[in-house]
Design a protein. Structure first.
Length: 94
């Protein structure tokens, strides 16, 4: 596992293939794998986040707007926000 703290508890369903992985490095390690594509902002309501503690799933917008699981309250690694751009397109700012 590439990120292995008590706060690394989610998996992300990748936009490019629909498969869940704990991180971009895990996705890229699959032999013959394609390049990862970030979720477009227009798809932020997609249920693409899976809590490894309680098994609940929720939308990308919900995940990006909180630091914990809405289902069980498990805290997320705040450092993940540093590489959110690998998974999710950034909303345009006027």
């Amino acid at each position: 596992m590439h990120y292995d703290s008590l706060l690394d508890v989610i998996a992300i369903r990748f936009f490019c293939c629909g498969a869940y992985y704990p991180c971009h490095l895990c996705h890229d390690e699959v032999p013959g794998q394609h390049p990862a594509l970030p979720w477009p902002v227009t798809e932020y309501d997609a249920r693409a986040i899976l809590c490894g503690v309680c098994g609940s799933q929720w939308g990308i917008g919900e995940y990006l707007g909180t630091g914990h699981c809405p289902g069980c309250g498990a805290r997320f690694n705040p450092g993940c926000k540093l590489h959110a751009g690998l998974y999710f397109e950034a909303p345009a700012h006027p």
